[in-house]
Design a protein around this ligand. Structure first.
Ligand code: UDP
Length: 343
């Protein structure tokens, strides 16, 4: 019976009507906030997460949570077999350092897990996918801001595992009529609707700075002060999580059968580590003690993404491009959750 129901569901697919959406990794920082935006847009959301790095409390009210590991092929298959219009795929491991010391779990989780998901989608005839890729696939490109035409030459295992997935998705689009959009972005920041960033261990710059503002840590380390940049510290492109969520919603409306579309996402402006520390001091009104430390292995000096293509083709426009907004929203979350989600 499902066969007929599924086919007609695929045929009746309308982007204006409420959709039934599967969000993998919807208990993580980005997935949970995108899920919240989708629910606010009137869609039905089912979250698939193994809760290994995500938090049950982060799954937004109104979303159904199914605790499943993407490596569990048969269970994934039956979970996806629930009449979904599209999948938004966030579930992945994403720490550059860890990916270098444990490449096996990165390929297993990111590549193997996605293969299971794609196979489950094929079997259930779910033909629309938005994938959370990364601008780390570009490595250290010569052209900055980085366009989509820049050759992908990832410099770490995390980037390579995500690039492998992008290639796999492209092949499924060509062979199996999947319609997919990959979004490639760098440094996501901020918080939204009471949801925010809570990693263990925390490695990201803004949450680490805010732990100092909270008094939980005495100082933040500045990794590398001898880069060839105006103040010697590394430059990154920070994007507000709400703007990223908007891009995912637009991407959902842009999938086309047989086509794999790739968009970079960023503000096109870079901020140095010192600039972020300074902005956080101003926003929080607290003194941020910073100590100079050696470069972190694998960190490129400057990463800024061009988002010309997504602006032109999908009409994306950031609503919160200012660093102060991002840090301010992250600060509100940090103060409300000094111990993260507390799980
Ligand atoms: N960074 C830092 N101190 C920290 C965490 C990060 O100086 O405690 C630097 C890091 O070396 C990089 C930038 O801040 O240049 C952003 O790092 P993050 O880990 O937030 O994101 P990434 O760019 O690695 O994805």
């Amino acid at each position: 019976m499902q066969q007929g129901t599924r086919s007609s569901r695929a045929l009746m697919w309308s982007r204006d009507a409420p959709m039934r959406l599967l969000v993998t990794g919807g208990a993580g920082y980005i997935g949970s906030i995108v899920a919240r935006h989708l629910l606010a847009g009137g869609h039905e959301v089912v979250v698939l997460d193994n809760l290994s790095r995500g938090h049950r409390q982060a799954v937004p009210d109104g979303a159904e949570l199914i605790i499943v590991d993407l490596l569990d092929r048969e269970v994934v298959r039956s979970a996806v077999d629930g009449g979904f219009d599209a999948v938004l795929h966030f579930a992945a491991l994403s720490l550059v350092g860890e990916s270098g010391t444990h490449p096996e779990i990165y390929y297993e989780t990111n590549v193997g897990g996605t293969l299971n998901l794609l196979e489950a989608m094929r079997s259930a005839q779910v033909r629309n996918l938005v994938f959370s890729s990364t601008a780390a696939v570009y490595g250290e490109p010569e052209e900055v801001p980085i366009p989509e035409t820049s050759p992908p030459l990832p410099t770490n295992t995390y980037g390579r595992s995500k690039l492998a997935v992008d290639w796999m998705i492209g092949d499924y689009c060509r062979a199996h009529d999947l319609g997919a959009v990959s979004l490639r972005y760098f440094n996501v920041a901020g918080a939204s609707g009471g949801l925010g960033e809570d990693h263990h261990p925390e490695t990201h710059l803004i949450p680490n700075i805010l732990r100092v503002a909270l008094g939980a840590n005495r100082f933040v380390e500045i990794f590398g002060t001898d880069y060839d940049t105006p103040d010697g510290t590394a430059i990154r492109d920070y994007i507000h999580i709400d703007d990223l969520a908007d891009a995912h919603v637009l991407a959902l409306g842009a999938t086309e059968p047989g086509r794999h579309r790739i968009f970079n996402l960023g503000n096109g402006t870079g901020f140095s580590v010192r600039e972020v520390v300074r902005a956080a001091g101003e926003v929080t009104g607290r003194e941020i003690h910073a100590r100079e430390a050696p470069r972190r292995q694998g960190d490129p000096p400057k990463l800024v993404a061009s988002s010309e293509l997504i602006r032109e083709e999908l009409g994306w426009k950031p609503r919160k491009p200012s660093l102060e907004d991002m840090v301010g929203d992250a600060w509100a979350f940090a103060r409300a959750h000094p111990n993260g989600y507390g799980d």
